[in-house]
Design a protein around this ligand. Structure first.
Ligand SMILES: Cc1cc2nc3c(=O)[nH]c(=O)nc-3n(C[C@H](O)[C@H](O)[C@H](O)COP(=O)(O)OP(=O)(O)OC[C@H]3O[C@@H](n4cnc5c(N)ncnc54)[C@H](O)[C@@H]3O)c2cc1C
Length: 291
């Protein structure tokens, strides 16, 4: 199909971007990598009057650790994140996820900010941000907001971002000693969206027990979600296969998959549980190696 007509602007900086969003509130769409938005426009599933291209806006890139968190600029591509040696060495969970998003072309163009703002119910990043209890920073002309990932994904393709805001960066808590994480994805073929994706993070205490756990699931509900029942089962207990299975059953039970071309409801629930076990095993191995 041929897209409908739209205007296109390429603001020079953040101030101009925010002014345009305010002046054209509700009519404008930000363009980052374009790998989700442009197909929608071509199919006329999205018909914005104005596209605001973020490519010249400084300050939206970069990946760096502060004392408290890993800061990833909204326009960092999946590939840039994957190829950072610091991410590979210190944040294997992020290295896992950036290896399995789409195909190389998608990873070259798609950005973390675009992915999180788009909030596809089967996208991979949200599961990771939920498991790590990350924070999403959004800016408008009047204020900057820090939104907890667990309050950000409201519904299918719906987030807490307002039409006058730009998502500027993601803050992932620094990985402390004794913590490990892993991402497991089931896809029909390489490059596909997740049938189920599970991100798990565990932090072990000095006594070897799980001090805290974070689990994020994607593909098995109307929006990615944190498996809070499973997290509660894990906390305070010694890591063991039986415990992982109990937590995983809770994660499967908390999921609300729809039956579709990727499989029926019961299959997806069972896979959500199985992938939770696998992600937990690897997360604990990595936590032990990071003691
Ligand atoms: C063939 C194919 C396979 C794919 N496979 C996967 C997969 O396996 N897993 C996966 O997770 N994703 C997958 N994707 C999606 C891919 O990761 C996209 O790149 C991503 O979802 C959107 O990022 P983008 O930078 O392209 O955003 P865009 O398409 O530019 O924007 C997406 C949406 O976010 C908004 N937006 C963009 N940036 C901002 C910002 N800074 N602030 C506020 N709003 C903003 C836009 O207005 C738009 O509504 C796939 C895409 C394709 C085409």
């Amino acid at each position: 199909m041929i897209p409908g007509q739209f205007d296109y602007v390429r603001p020079a900086d953040m101030a101009e971007t925010l002014r345009i969003l305010k002046d054209r509130e509700g009519e404008a769409k930000l363009l980052s990598g374009g790998y989700s938005l442009l197909p929608l426009i071509k199919l006329r599933l999205a018909q914005p009057a104005l596209l605001v291209d973020l490519r010249d806006v400084a300050g939206l890139d970069g990946i760096a650790e502060t004392d408290d968190y890993l800061r990833i600029g909204a326009r960092a591509t999946h590939r840039q994140i994957h190829e950072m040696p610091m991410v590979r060495d210190r944040y294997p969970l992020l290295h896992d996820v950036t290896a399995v998003i789409g195909d190389p072309q998608v990873r070259n163009w798609g950005t973390i900010g675009g992915s999180v703002a788009h909030a596809d119910p089967a996208s991979d990043w949200p599961a990771v941000l939920l498991a790590t209890s990350s924070t999403i920073i959004c800016r408008s002309q009047s204020r900057e907001r820090a939104i907890a990932a667990r309050e950000f994904f409201l519904d299918t393709f719906t987030t807490a971002i307002e039409p006058t805001e730009v998502l500027t960066e993601i803050r992932i808590p620094r990985r402390p000693r004794g913590a490990g994480g892993a991402y497991q994805k089931l896809e029909r073929k390489v490059g596909d969206f997740a049938t189920v994706g599970v991100a798990a993070v565990v932090r072990l205490g000095a006594n070897g027990r799980i001090e805290s756990a974070g689990i994020g699931l994607t593909g098995v509900a109307e929006t990615p979600f944190a498996a809070t029942d499973a997290e509660a089962i894990l906390a305070g207990n010694a890591p063991a296969e039986e415990l992982f299975r109990k937590a995983a059953a809770a994660a499967g039970a908390q999921s609300r998959p729809a039956g579709d071309v990727r499989g029926p409801v019961e299959y997806k629930r069972a896979m959500a549980a199985e992938l939770t076990v696998r992600a937990l095993r690897t997360a604990v191995e990595r936590a032990l190696a990071n003691a």
